[in-house]
Design a protein around this ligand. Structure first.
Ligand code: HEC
Length: 267
């Protein structure tokens, strides 16, 4: 093998190896149960809208999204003129279905307001013994599969103040706010063989209003929504990437033809 080929193999292989090793280390560092795959689709506008609806109804009482504005969110989710809605239609839709927060004068927040909520950090500390985090960036800090597994991972635990624990967030301070939909789960430890502990599994001991399949879909939509919120520009960013690559390809073609043209008479 020639020296230069060996050099190239080295140059390509070493970074690949480093990435592989880092990947497996960070993957193994998580505590608790293995994560389930959220399988979301950021381009599914119906799912994003549904996630937003559940978010304002079930989560925003405690968690703000302090970098998001209602109208930008509506626009990104396809509630816009392209789909036959006027600006007034969107305002009405938002005011009736999404905006449940009020300003200091007691007036309903405007469509251009930030998605802040009314829960003061002090009240939260008193109620839950911990602060209630803003969820603007949770899609990036915790990751999509983590959020999905978290929302599916609440189980009854009478030793905890809220009566629940969580498979991926041990001793969590948040109550199981979606219990009406999901019902209640219990943790069961399968019999171990003495040496190995059995894998803990969750069983639905008291079903809620939804079937497990329907609940999974709601949680998937919520996860999709939180992932979108953590980087709204990713919807367009990927498109710019594709355009840039196409442009470079075109430029390459033109340069190549130009090169042939320049050299064709020189021998
Ligand atoms: C009653 C108040 C309350 C409601 C409603 C609520 N949460 Fe929470 N949530 C909390 C508290 C408190 C914590 C912090 C838990 C801790 O640190 O132990 C938390 C933590 C979280 C976290 C983990 C954040 C992190 O990175 O540590 C996520 C994700 C989350 N909540 C999502 C949701 C979603 C989605 C909903 C709506 C379905 C929701 N929460 C509704 C109180 C609430």
């Amino acid at each position: 093998m020639s020296n230069s080929i060996r050099k190239w193999i080295f140059v390509l292989l070493v970074p690949a190896l480093v990435v592989f090793i880092l990947g497996s280390v960070s993957g193994g560092a998580g505590h608790g149960a293995a994560l389930q795959s959220a399988n979301i689709d950021l381009h599914d506008k119906q799912s994003l809208q549904n996630g937003a609806k559940y978010y304002v109804n079930y989560c925003m009482g405690c968690h703000s999204l302090k970098f998001s504005r209602y109208n930008r969110m509506a626009e990104d989710m396809g509630l816009n003129e392209e789909h036959g809605l006027t600006g007034d239609d969107v305002s009405t839709l938002l005011k009736e279905n999404m905006i449940f927060t009020y300003d200091e004068d007691g007036k309903q927040d405007k469509v251009g307001s930030l998605m802040k909520n009314a829960y003061s950090p002090k009240a939260a500390a008193e109620a839950f013994g911990t602060s209630v985090p803003d969820l603007s960036l949770v899609g990036r800090s915790r990751g999509t599969d983590w959020i999905y597994s978290y929302l599916k991972g609440f189980y009854l635990d009478s030793s905890r103040p809220m009566g629940v624990n969580n498979t991926v967030f041990k001793d969590v301070g948040m109550p199981h706010v979606l219990w009406e939909l999901q019902g209640w789960q219990e943790m069961e430890h399968a019999e171990g063989d003495g040496e190995h502990h059995g894998e803990p599994t969750l069983t639905l001991s008291k079903p809620g209003k939804m079937s497990p399949g329907e609940y999974d879909q709601v949680v998937r939509d919520l996860t999709n929504f939180l992932t979108y919120v953590s980087e709204p520009a990713q919807l367009s960013r990927k498109m710019y990437g594709v355009f840039t690559l196409l442009f470079l390809l075109l430029l390459f073609g033109v340069s190549w033809m130009l090169e042939k043209e320049y050299w064709k008479d020189i021998h």
